[in-house]
Design a protein around this ligand. Structure first.
Ligand SMILES: [Zn+2]
Length: 239
């Protein structure tokens, strides 16, 4: 029944915001290295420590070795029906914005364009010297840390690490999309962590309908939201 209500809301909508998190990629076999309680351990080190701004300053090579391990796991993961459905929605709605907390690039792979990546992208490097961004699609990389093809400086992963803020311009564009959205669909994230949790709230304050697709309700959209319990890969194609 909530599926029918959600379909009715979407049928009349032009401006939508889709906000995705780890739950979307879990169905592609992407492991989660953060959140969910226990932190992962790699080579005897805490993943939280390895993925920190401090470690970029003290041992950039080790950070890249850790990221190369993750990139190696991700290389065999492909988009699932949830990613594919979201990519198709770009044609269905005249104004659709996709905001993700995921760094795995699977929305890209599914064909989504102009994805607002709140936490960056693991397939991109950012030069510590000149700030240039560079796609680094090959794994393993020929050298770590990889060198900037613009200035020869060293790249760091273009991912938001522990101890860092979200990229301001990306968050601004996401907030603007939330303000004008008629419908905000939250998929595979409990979105309880500030500031990302702001987006559905901003959308709701500006009159948007909230549709939440999660295995369990997070209560994110408040009492007026439409909650669809289930896996994103099952639910989204039905919408
Ligand atoms: Zn550079």
């Amino acid at each position: 029944m909530s599926i029918e209500r959600a379909k009715a809301v979407l049928d009349g909508a032009r401006r939508i915001l889709v906000f995705t998190g780890a739950g979307v990629s879990a169905e592609s076999g992407v492991p989660t290295f953060r959140g969910g309680g226990g932190s992962a351990v790699w080579r005897g080190m805490d993943a939280t420590e390895l993925s920190s701004a401090r470690m970029v300053g003290s041992d950039l090579k080790l950070v890249w070795e850790w990221f190369e391990y993750r990139r190696g796991l991700l290389a065999s993961c492909g988009p699932n029906p949830a990613h594919q459905t979201i990519a198709e929605w770009a044609d269905r709605f005249s104004d659709m914005t996709l905001v993700t907390q995921n760094v795995d690039g699977l929305h890209d792979k599914a064909g989504s364009r102009d994805v607002l990546e709140l936490h960056g992208n693991i397939w991109r490097g950012r030069c510590l010297a000149c700030g240039a961004l560079e796609r680094l699609d090959d794994t393993p990389l020929p050298e770590v840390p990889p060198s900037c093809s613009t200035c020869g400086g060293k790249h760091r992963p273009d991912v938001v690490l522990f101890g860092e803020f979200l990229p301001e311009d990306v968050f601004k564009r996401a907030t603007a999309a939330a303000e004008r959205a008629e419908v905000c669909i939250v998929v595979g994230t409990s979105a309880l962590v500030f500031p990302a949790a702001e987006l559905p709230l901003v959308a709701a304050r500006n009159g948007a309908s909230i549709i939440e697709v999660n295995p369990e309700p997070s209560g994110i959209g408040g009492p007026l939201s439409i909650m669809i319990e289930g896996r994103a890969g099952d639910v989204l194609p039905r919408l």
